[in-house]
Design a binder for this molecule. Structure first.
Ligand code: FEO
Length: 409
């Protein structure tokens, strides 16, 4: 497939793939994404860092060909000498067997934890000899030095970063990514709002649970004297960070639970009663100068809500009772909040629970227990019978107000 490579700096090209149509990636709603990989020319050698999702190899090979032509070489010169496989997940490794088949002398470098995974994904590579590396190891290819830093759980146990030392480019794989599929490749070519909205969503949904590892990794990069060396971060999805300081600072804040004066309310409703409660709670929160973001789970997407949960000091979960339990849409949210483990930032966010019941109730009690299990600190809960009357809506207002006040302490 004819496709263009994008030159990042002398001898370094983006040769990834654009998936304009992906709308869901393990439960995360998105509007397309990229599978970034990078080709480094060094004297007469080439190093490919990561590869692409099943079905996207034609784009990868088309861009590799274009990079060779842009370097003044010919199609006959095309050869990959080294593959650095920073992570085994299939969106970054699916082309590996084809690369090995095309270039049988290629050397593949990965973390020790990656080997079994790669052999599981590709059983016919069972006898292939992978070169394993760990933090502190480096290889020299031509005149370029590639330094390895293991990054377990960012995003999987096998994940690692590779620093191209001479150019100060950190190939971080999933870390620092965003699910965006755009014509532009660089951070500076799109609005900060669009960029950081996507980066926040990526962190919230895919990195939050590993926040402790993020803190440790940032400390380790500092200890290894690498932070000042990083001039660019080239992640595995989305835009390339030519100003890495901003996203490193964001990761540092997100990983330690720094949040805005904001509360996210997530709710569903049967006959608009719980919805009315949510609106009154929102009024109370706003009366204290706090921002409110609402997610109506009849329509909205769980992975969008998580961005705001990440950046909020507290959340509110509202559900009617249905057969003694919360609505299924809120069950989904609780299950997901539990998975993401926001408490791994070291901060237990406050939570309120509210909802309308027809007779015996049960939803608020269940949600309270489940939110505690998910690492939230319950501030209060409130339920009403059938339709919330004015005095009850005033109580909702006061609940929101008191919650916001407590967040100022
Ligand atoms: Fe983008 Fe963990 O894969």
């Amino acid at each position: 497939m004819k496709a263009d490579a994008y030159k990042i700096t002398d001898g370094v090209y983006w040769v990834g793939a654009l998936d304009w149509d992906m709308r869901d990636y393990h439960g995360y709603n998105l509007d397309g994404t990229t599978f970034n990989c990078y080709l480094v020319f060094s004297e007469d050698k080439t190093v490919l860092i990561d590869n692409v999702y099943p079905g996207f190899s034609p784009q990868l090979f088309g861009r590799i060909e274009d990079a060779f032509l842009k370097e003044g070489k010919t199609k006959e010169d095309i050869k990959i000498d080294v593959v650095i496989q920073n992570h085994i997940e299939i969106d970054h490794s699916a082309s590996l067997p084809e690369i090995i088949k095309k270039f049988p002398d290629v050397e593949v470098y990965c973390s020790e934890r990656a080997v079994n995974g790669l052999k599981n994904y590709f059983p016919h590579l069972n006898d292939f000899s992978f070169n394993t590396v760990k933090t502190g190891d480096e290889i020299k290819v031509g005149v370029k030095t590639f330094k390895f830093i293991e990054a377990p759980m960012l995003h999987w146990p096998d994940s690692m970063f590779t620093l191209l030392d001479e150019d100060g480019i950190l190939f971080s794989n999933d870390a620092f990514s965003q699910h965006l599929c755009l014509s532009e490749r660089l951070d500076t070519e799109i609005s900060e709002d669009k960029l950081f909205t996507a980066a926040t969503k990526f962190y919230a949904n895919l990195v939050t649970a590993s926040s402790r590892m993020v803190v440790m990794k940032l400390q380790e990069l500092t200890k290894l004297d690498l932070v000042d060396k990083i001039k660019m971060i080239a992640p595995a999805h989305g835009q390339i960070w030519t100003n890495p300081e901003k996203i490193i600072n964001k990761y540092s804040n997100w990983a330690t639970g720094v949040a805005k004066d904001k509360v996210t309310l997530i709710y569903d409703t049967m006959h608009h009663s719980t919805q009315k409660m949510a609106y009154s709670i929102a009024e109370g929160i706003m009366s204290e100068g706090f921002e409110v973001k609402t997610y109506f789970m009849h329509e909205d997407q769980r992975s969008d809500a998580m961005s705001d949960v990440l950046e909020s000091k507290a959340i509110g979960i509202g559900s009617p009772t249905m057969m003694n339990n919360p609505f299924p849409s809120l069950g989904d949210i609780i299950y997901y909040l539990n998975c993401l483990n926001f408490k791994s930032t070291g901060i237990a966010k406050k939570a309120i629970v509210f909802g309308s019941k027809g007779w015996g109730g049960g939803a608020t009690k269940k949600l309270t227990t489940d939110l505690e299990t998910a690492g939230f600190e319950i501030f209060d809960s409130y339920d009403t019978l059938n339709i919330p009357h004015d005095d009850e809506l005033e109580q909702c207002y006061n609940l929101g107000k008191e919650l916001a006040k407590s967040l100022k302490d």
